[in-house]
Design a binder for this molecule. Structure first.
Ligand SMILES: [Zn+2]
Length: 254
């Protein structure tokens, strides 16, 4: 038995009190994290993976425009909103979904933008006009951006990562010959189908994608730097190592 002030508490109550104290400390630690984020970085830098862990560990809402568009294209969940319907029309015609529609898709995820623990935008903005449009949208929503995280990875490493990537043709996810190999060589763990390489991940295509990425995002990076929001994180190494660097940067830059 322990006496705290005028209240006597037993072991069970003490455990519970400790748990609450720990949770409160954790939530204060969370509150000290920059958490309204734009994620930048070349394909293969691991933005999506980092965003998923930020969501799992800190409740930061992961908003991936690429994922939304892939879901629409695959028919996962009926397109109910006007922006989703519009995106679907462009994709069916084999056209690029225009900026205005992408911006609407983001605006429609108000729950995510206003999430108490913050948001991580992944795949948007990609260009300077998109970044300006995002600033206007956030202003309208009464929100401000905390940071733009740039995950940097040298070209040769990007090629190495992407050329080892394989996907299940039946949509059971992404494998990597070295980093995340299937149990049986070149076969999907879930359905046994032979894994395939996306056309996009061929080395010559990766080079072209990297060049396009650098050309379109260089002004974007300068834009966030000017606003004092840019934080660059080295994306070499294992995902958990990159995650440690990310969390440290989000704390240090407060
Ligand atoms: Zn499969």
């Amino acid at each position: 038995m322990v006496t705290v002030g005028a209240v006597t508490i037993d072991g069970v109550q003490r455990k519970r009190a400790n748990r609450l104290l720990l949770a409160a400390r954790r939530s204060r630690a969370r509150a000290r994290l920059l958490s309204r984020l734009v994620l930048l970085g070349p394909p293969g830098a691991g933005k999506g993976t980092q965003a998923e862990v930020l969501e799992r560990k800190f409740g930061i809402c992961h908003l991936s425009t690429g994922e939304i568009l892939r879901d629409v294209a695959a028919g996962n969940g009926l397109p109910q909103t006007s922006a989703l319907k519009s995106a679907l029309r462009y994709m069916r015609r084999g056209e690029l979904v225009p900026d205005a529609t992408i911006l609407e898709l983001v605006r429609e995820r108000r729950d995510c933008l206003h999430a108490h623990q913050g948001f991580a935008l992944d795949g948007f903005p990609r260009t300077l006009p998109q970044a300006r449009a995002l600033n206007r949208l956030l202003l309208q929503e009464g929100l401000t951006l905390d940071a733009a995280l740039e995950f940097s990875l040298p070209m040769e490493q990007v090629i190495k990562r992407l050329s080892g990537r394989r996907i299940c043709p039946n949509g059971h996810g992404v494998y990597h010959l070295k980093a995340r190999p299937p149990k049986v060589d070149e076969q999907c763990d879930r359905c046994g189908a032979k894994l395939v390489r996306r056309e996009d991940d061929r080395p010559e295509v990766v080079r072209a994608r990297m060049n396009a990425y650098e050309k379109s995002t260089r002004p974007l990076i300068a834009f966030y730097k000017e606003q004092g929001l840019l934080i660059t994180i080295k994306a070499q190494g294992k995902p958990n190592e990159v995650f440690t660097r990310t969390v440290n940067a989000l704390k240090r830059n407060l």
